[in-house]
Ligand binder design. Structure first.
Ligand code: 6PG
Length: 262
């Protein structure tokens, strides 16, 4: 595992850095494999990032590149190749896609409704299934079909974007829940205070080429201290379970990461 921790001055800087990193991964993936696959997280931290994505549609990337010259260089003065970009969700609430709590709805309103990404490139969690278990099983089947993966190997997304709760949960892998014990599936059912969630399992997240945590706010410091501690219980602090075979990035704002010794 190749772990990088960056503390940015504030949330706008966090968003700009996340954009740069994602564009860099996007460019490499499309150059090497002709497509880019990313799983998104819900919550409030990534929302400004999603809201920034449509701005890449009209203007060239040049002004973005002046701020972040190292990223997305191949796309300077060109629009992003939305037809080569595939969107998944690392977790979703078990609610219809028009429900105010839906991560899909938040993402469409902030980003996807404002760019010409083909509908077939958006892969939402099928939350209209009769129960959470069926929704998880169907999403797993859809992922396996997309990645043409029938074997025991977990398919590898280019990027999995994650947040972290102040209880150190990530995706919908909450402390001391059954979802943390699932190691032989891509997708499982999470549980937050009795409310079912659909979530990538931690082994599937760990199969990604790059996992990027976006964490902001002083309220996250105690959880971060435990997640970064040399020894602590993984089931109490589930973000500790995220140890990808590829790259692990922690992008923190100063409020969250200032005291972190890493
Ligand atoms: C969700 C997210 C969840 C989120 C954390 C952090 O569906 O809510 O996937 O895991 O990332 O709860 O949320 P904030 O970014 O709002 O702090």
């Amino acid at each position: 595992m190749n772990k990088t921790v960056e503390v940015l001055p504030d949330q706008p800087a966090l968003v700009a850095r996340a954009l740069e990193l994602i564009l860099s991964k996007l460019e490499t993936a499309i150059e090497q494999r002709g497509r880019f696959t990313i799983a998104l997280s819900g919550g409030s931290t990534p929302k400004p990032l999603y809201e920034a994505m449509p701005s890449l549609r009209e203007a060239s990337l040049s002004e973005t590149l002046t701020r972040t010259p190292t990223a997305g260089y191949a796309y300077a003065n060109r629009k992003l190749p939305w037809d080569k970009i595939h969107i998944f969700w690392g977790d979703e609430r078990y609610v219809p896609p028009d429900h105010p709590d839906s991560n899909e709805l938040m993402t469409r309103r902030a980003w996807l409704d404002h760019v010409d990404i083909p509908a077939a490139n958006i892969h939402p969690v099928p939350t209209l299934e009769a129960n959470p278990e069926l929704a998880a099983a169907k999403y797993e089947q859809q992922l396996k079909e997309f990645f043409n993966s029938s074997g025991v190997e977990f398919p590898s997304l280019d990027v999995v974007l994650l947040g972290m709760g102040d209880d150190a949960h990530t995706a919908s892998l909450f402390p001391h829940t059954e979802a943390l014990k699932v190691r032989d599936r891509l997708v499982t059912v999470g549980n937050k205070d009795g409310n079912p969630r659909i979530s990538f399992t931690y082994p599937f997240i760990n199969a990604a080429s790059s996992v990027i945590f976006l964490v902001a706010g002083a309220n996250k410091r105690p959880a971060l201290a435990q997640v970064f501690a040399p020894v602590a219980d993984d089931f109490t602090y589930p973000s500790r379970l995220i140890r990808p075979q590829g790259e692990l990035w922690w992008l923190l704002d100063a409020a969250a990461g200032l005291e972190l010794q890493h």
